[in-house]
Design a protein around this ligand. Sequence first.
Ligand SMILES: O=C(CO)COP(=O)(O)O
Length: 271
Amino acid sequence: MTTQTNGAFDRTPLIAGNWKMNMDHAEGVALVQKLAWTLDDANFDYDRVEVAVFPPSTDLRSVQTLVNGDKLKLEYGAQDLSDQDSGAYTGDISGAFLKKLECTYVLVGHSERRTIHQEDDELCSKKVDAAYRHGLTPILCVGEGLEERKAGNHVGFTLEQLRGSLKGLSASNAKTLVVAYEPVWAIGTGEVAGPEDAQEMSAAIRAELENLYDAETASAIRILYGGSVKAANAAATLAEKDVDGVLVGGASLKAEEFANIARFEKHVVSE
Ligand SMILES: O=C(CO)COP(=O)(O)O
């Protein structure tokens, strides 16, 4: 799906659910089915707001079969890809394989990859490149830790990650890029960056993208916020001008809660 002007939105909102290392393929199929039923029951307009799930790679074939078989309007993607295309890279997953599974998106440089697997900006830039090489849209994750936030250096730190991870990316590819701002201190902690924090960083990221490319490219790129997003706080964050979606962890594992996040325009508050 391409980014476009869409009713009240400058860019089509993207509600993305990162399951992390949760849900085996049988559980994953049940979750996607429940999510689709819940959204269909609510007459959800998939053309207005895009919904995507990011299951573990072992679930992707099952999710593909379900999405195709039931003609679901949900998108899906992988949580990571190799910077290499094929060969002796035990345990790694090629973008070519993800494309064959008809993934639309792939996460790149999630903070858990950056910290647990020591992925640096240079590797992330190669992964962004690999995603485009295989026709996948990367969702590049950036964001500061608590230390940088406390020191007031959160913007500088995050923009440096952005520049390093986009090294060599052409303007024509950048137009379809998605960036996810995920402050590490807000992930899985229940601490949510306020809507104004999300807006401050999203605006800074967009300005930097304009510096790197041009105004047209920068205004086409979707910027998501991630970190303890729930139905109760999604609407306020998504109301911010430069926030074009959310990347949801824990709350994406519950079909109803995630569906309520996707229905943020209804301001549904979860029980
Ligand atoms: O890391 C995240 C999504 O990629 C955020 O996770 P939580 O929503 O569980 O804080």
